[in-house]
Design a protein around this ligand. Structure first.
Ligand code: BTN
Length: 246
């Protein structure tokens, strides 16, 4: 069971994640936290964490599978006027990479925009949904997971599968938010620089899924707004969405 006092004792933030709501089970923390916000049960920047999601959502309508009591599945909400979606999206990825490095001493990498990767296997993902003037940020991380569904077995990894050690999910979550608050006020140019230093496919050829097509493209980094620069047939194109396959 996730121990909220242990999480709070490791948290050094002044604004984000000051309050944590906990559910044994829910359909999706993204869905549940928004309902709770509408019912005044949580506020902006509070966190909802669950041990088990019965209908976890991934990007592009995919399902998100996680292991009861082993993964981290949580969401929080911020006002959309506070940050641009590009900055937010990159910042979240960076905060997770830094948090994992602090709590587990492993260096994960980012696959654009914010998939958490270790040696080309996926350790975690981020789903950001916009509802009216809010961004709902949902994060799923494979932490102490040792068994993976057959549908993702060859593509997924967890901190446990990498290190053979169980780590404290409470410390990991606190370190993610500590990192978030340390960098949230940096400007987009600095965020882009840090993000590129963590990217695992800079200047390499990837398969790019966009507008129902798959093309071979070279990922050439991010432009000044944080969009992806792709070279496709020697033409540079800019994208703010799409899926990269390594
Ligand atoms: C992805 O496809 O990579 C994004 C996965 C996001 C999963 C998290 S788990 C917590 C939150 N609740 C959900 O239903 N999805 C996100």
């Amino acid at each position: 069971m996730f121990k909220i006092p242990l999480f709070l004792s490791n948290l050094k933030t002044k604004k984000i994640a000051q309050k944590v709501a906990y559910m044994q089970s829910t359909n999706s923390t993204n869905t549940a936290i928004y309902e709770m916000l509408l019912n005044d049960e949580v506020k902006i920047k509070d966190v909802l964490i669950t041990e088990q999601q019965t209908d976890g959502k991934g990007r592009r309508g995919d399902k998100w599978l996680s292991s009861k009591n082993k993964s981290l599945t949580f969401s929080f909400i911020i006002n959309s006027e506070e940050l641009s979606i590009n900055k937010l999206s990159l910042l979240i990825g960076i905060s997770i990479i830094k948090g994992i490095q602090k709590a587990a001493n492993i260096r994960c990498k980012l696959k654009w925009p914010n998939d958490i990767m270790y040696e080309n296997k996926k350790l975690g993902g981020v789903l950001i949904e916009k509802k009216r003037t809010h961004y709902i940020i949902g994060i799923g991380l494979n932490v102490n997971d040792c068994i993976f569904d057959s549908s993702i077995k060859s593509l997924a990894c967890s901190i446990y599968s990498i290190t053979n050690n169980e780590i404290s999910r409470e410390l990991l979550l606190a370190e993610i938010f500590n990192s978030y608050e340390q960098i949230v006020n940096k400007d987009i140019a600095q965020i882009i620089k840090i993000w590129e230093s963590f990217c695992n496919h800079m200047n390499t050829f990837v398969k790019f899924h966009h507008s129902k097509k798959i093309v071979n493209a070279k990922f050439s980094g991010l432009n000044k707004h944080g969009n992806a620069i792709m070279s496709i047939n020697d033409n540079q194109e800019i994208f703010n969405s799409g899926i990269i396959e390594l």
